[in-house]
Design a protein. Structure first.
Length: 392
């Protein structure tokens, strides 16, 4: 069943070698009086990228201040710090230099600067943002797709609550994508990014009624592209063409295109968010550790989609039955994760949750979802607990 949809992607993409050299002119087009540069710290400084940006903005006589120290699984206390700084310095533009954690932090700060209330209200569903200051992006990690999406995920350390908020006001006004900037990533970071990109597409793909045929074809091609180039980068991390394919796939995977005409599942993301909130694991690795157990738990309820996935994405040979074909596709994905160094269980991820911790995560996930989550199979709290148990 093809559902009505709205497709909105206002972000201007500047893609290619040395595209970051256009940063100052892009910011000037928004007549910014003072810019807040948000970044993580060590890698952006060590690579010389921050110095390059400073020089460019100074030459263009654009005033700026900096906020560094964003960590993976970004936290609310740092967002509050950025909001306070932004208000005090009268910031009217934010430049996020980094990956999804930096971009999500910048989006949250942009809401907070423009709003007098508590920004966490948006993430708890208590209010909706009605304004935000513009955010531009220089992407250094191909993974989250936040550079073109309307969503941002933040963890509140008080209670270890990880929540996302989606609003089109948060979509970056531009995103600079230079594949060269991702070449300093470790093999593990690259593999985590590739996993996140795949999962953003799979979350939209595994729905009982499917999407528009063209949407499905685009999603399948994107996933095949990531599968192929992830293994190229495993062996040749400085391959520019493979970096470029992965970087563009990351943006397309989370800007809405691969879900047009359908409704997303998002159960794996919900389960992983509770995992990374409690244990602070890398998001992509957490998804890899959860996905095989989720797939085995739900595939019979969405068998046609798992068959299409097996044949059109994993490109396995048809089995003696649809169920065998689906299981072969799930196994092929597990073997792909193993080949690129991703965990397929929580123990391989380096954690061993207790029964009490798994019950806590399942309860949190179910509570956030209003009791049920998922479209491939509607999961309640007991289902979520069972998947965590399988994934140990």
């Amino acid at each position: 069943m093809n559902r009505p949809f709205i497709y909105y992607t206002p972000t201007r993409i500047i893609f290619g070698r040395d595209s970051e050299l256009q940063t100052a002119s892009l910011i000037q087009s928004f007549h910014a009086a003072k810019v807040l540069i948000v970044y993580g710290g060590h890698s952006a400084l060590k690579s010389g990228l921050i110095d390059q940006i400073r020089t460019s903005l100074n030459k263009a006589e654009i005033h700026f201040i900096e906020l560094n120290g964003v960590m993976p699984n970004p936290v609310l206390s740092f967002v509050y710090q950025g909001i306070e700084l932004g208000r005090r310095e009268h910031i009217d533009f934010i430049l996020a230099v980094g990956g999804g954690s930096v971009i999500d932090t910048a989006k949250a700060i942009s809401y907070g600067i423009a709003d007098e209330g508590d920004v966490w209200d948006f993430y708890m569903g208590l209010r909706k943002a009605v304004s935000a200051i513009p955010v531009g992006v220089i992407l250094t990690i191909a993974a989250a797709g936040s550079e073109m999406s309307n969503s941002a995920v933040i963890t509140n350390e008080d209670g270890l609550i990880k929540r996302g908020y989606s609003n089109d006001l948060g979509r970056p006004v531009f995103a600079i994508l230079d594949p060269q900037l991702t070449m300093t990533l470790s093999a593990y970071q690259t593999a985590c990014g590739c996993t996140d990109i795949l999962m953003h597409t799979e979350e939209r793909y595994f729905t009982p009624d499917g999407n528009l045929a063209l949407t499905d074809a685009l999603a399948e091609a994107l996933m095949r592209t990531v599968l192929k180039n992830a293994e190229i980068l495993r062996d040749d991390p400085h391959n520019y063409d493979a970096r470029a394919e992965i970087m563009w796939a990351g943006s397309i995977s989370h800007n809405g295109l691969t879900g047009c005409g359908g409704i997303g599942d998002w159960a794996c993301h919900g389960l992983e968010h509770e995992l990374s909130a409690l244990f602070n694991v890398a998001h992509g690795a957490g998804l890899a550790a959860i996905w095989p157990s989720w797939a085995l738990y739900v595939y019979r309820f969405c068998l046609d989609r798992f068959v299409f996935f097996a044949l059109n994405v994993m490109q396995v040979n048809p089995g003696a039955s649809d169920e065998e074909t689906a299981l072969n596709g799930i196994e092929a994905m597990k073997q792909f994760y193993i080949r690129i160094g991703m965990p397929i269980t929580m123990k391989e991820l380096g954690i061993d949750p207790t029964e009490e911790q798994m019950r806590f995560m399942a309860h949190q996930c179910a509570e956030l979802s209003g009791g049920h989550r998922g479209q491939a199979r509607s999961l309640d709290e007991e289902d979520m607990l069972n998947i965590y148990r399988m994934a140990r």
